[in-house]
Design a protein around this ligand. Structure first.
Ligand SMILES: N[C@@H](CCC(=O)N[C@@H](CS)C(=O)NCC(=O)O)C(=O)O
Length: 449
């Protein structure tokens, strides 16, 4: 499988477009920009820190236009490439090199000295000079497309893709566009717009597939209990991103995982603000949390945070299709993450280890609730490592802490949620079982006294 590292708005758009035109399967890894600063782990993958980076088997490439050429040559034949035997081969090759060496180079300087550098290092002079330079060089494109729809060989080729990048909406905003870069509505740049709409399609697809799974969840009592628990913290948003948006800091440990619920670590100032003025709804802080999404302050929840008990917005990373070939279903995997989300939103996160396969208390709770849901659907039930569970003896399982103690914790931390879970009509329902045991014990004690 081909992997492409990409930042929205960056040159990696060229190979992305080429991959789409060729209809190849690929994995897209999104990074915050600039990754050199905001996703330092990426330097271990691409020491240059630049975007794009393509992995295809043993092949590693960093040059956007070179990657387009490689993909066309390797996965062709395709009309996107102009062959050596064609008259326009030289012109085609010239545009391929022109795209980066001549065209994107001045663009980069403008971007750097108007936006990327810290305020004090910005330089209006560099920006103005190189904007002029860029516009001058663009005249070659203008001339070539004055009477022709395409740049070479009379058809749409990789040359149009690599030159087209310089015309993306982002860049247009930067250069205050004139008709120069939009020759006509029917021209090649319409295809750039089509790619923009493909982004929207991808977003729409994600939203539709997640919603399809979310719609299944309230059909079961377990699902309704989890959603209601999340609903008890309306001030905290739960946002579901595609799995590939998982912050790069977590790739090493988590790339094998199919889903992940993550909180953004609040800054000490934010926690202090909450404490000083509890009347301020935490929702007011949400824009700050969202701002952190840009990359600088991603962090896993650590042991110290739950002590605040304030709860927080939760970001989940989930793509329904990742469950196509897995024993667990896309809906119960989503439910599992939503249990984490419900607890994180309440400021509950107990990472104390649980023996057996469960890793920690949070995974135990999420996994058990997931299995009650599966059991309600008359599906197989298994532990965190995938081994079958015997419903009748689950509470007696030799775990540390014991399942009964863990049930008691859940009940004391989330009483309403726990009570709702006992209502689920499932042959595996340790919450109901533990409640029934407690009631029987109470009766016995009452009887004896
Ligand atoms: N010649 C390379 C240049 C790659 C490059 O400089 N990419 C920019 C994004 S458009 C980048 O990663 N800049 C961030 C940095 O240099 O840290 C190409 O065409 O792909």
């Amino acid at each position: 499988m081909i992997t492409l590292y990409h930042c929205d708005g960056a040159r990696s758009f060229r190979p992305l477009w080429m991959l789409e035109e060729l209809g190849l399967d690929y994995e897209l890894k999104m990074l915050p920009f600039p990754p050199r600063v905001l996703a330092k782990e990426y330097l271990a993958i691409n020491p240059l820190g630049t975007i794009p980076f393509l992995i295809d088997g043993d092949t590693r490439m960093t040059e956007s236009s070179g990657i387009c050429y490689y993909l066309g040559a390797k996965y062709g034949p395709t009309p996107l490439m102009v062959g050596l035997e064609e008259k326009q081969y030289g012109a085609f090759l010239n545009w391929m090199y022109f795209s980066d060496a001549t065209l994107t180079f001045p663009q980069t300087l403008v971007l750097r000295y108007t936006q990327l550098e810290p305020e004090e290092r910005r330089s209006p002079q560099v920006a103005t000079d190189y904007a002029k330079w860029f516009l001058g060089r663009l005249r070659a494109v203008e001339a070539a497309t004055a009477n022709a729809e395409f740049l070479s060989a009379g058809r749409f080729t990789a040359a149009d893709i690599v030159i087209g990048y310089a015309h993306r909406l982002d860049w247009l905003a930067l250069y205050q566009p004139g008709p120069l870069r939009m020759p006509n509505e029917q021209g090649i740049y319409r295809d750039v717009m089509a790619l923009e709409s493909r982004y929207q399609d991808m977003k729409g697809h994600h939203e539709r597939t997640v919603k399809a799974q979310l719609d299944l969840i309230p059909k079961r009592a377990t699902g309704r209990a989890v959603l209601a628990e999340i609903g008890r913290k309306p001030s905290h948003k739960v946002t579901i991103f595609p799995f590939d948006f998982l912050p790069s800091g977590q790739w090493k440990s988590e790339t094998a995982a199919a889903t992940e619920a993550t909180v953004i670590m609040p800054t000490p100032e934010m926690i202090a603000a909450w404490r000083a003025n509890p009347a301020v709804p935490p929702a007011a802080l949400q824009p700050q949390l969202d701002g952190m999404l840009k990359g600088t302050q991603w962090s896993r929840l650590d042991f110290t945070y739950p002590a605040t008990g304030a709860g927080t917005g939760v970001y989940m990373f989930y793509t329904a299709q990742r469950f196509d070939d897995q024993p667990m279903g896309a809906d119960d995997a989503l439910l599992h993450e939503l249990v984490h989300a419900a607890r994180l939103a309440k400021g509950l996160s107990f990472q104390a280890p649980v023996s057996g396969s469960y890793r920690n208390m949070e995974e135990f709770f999420a996994s058990v609730v997931q299995m009650v849901y599966r059991s309600e659907r008359r599906q197989s039930i298994f532990d965190y490592a995938g081994a079958p569970i015997d419903a009748a003896s689950f509470l007696d399982k030799n775990l540390t802490p014991s399942p009964r103690l863990l049930m008691g914790w859940l009940r004391s931390q989330q009483g309403t949620f726990y009570a709702a879970l006992t209502k689920a009509d499932a042959s595996f329902n340790p919450m109901r079982q533990a409640d029934a045991e407690a009631a029987a014990l109470t009766r016995k004690i009452e009887h004896a006294t």
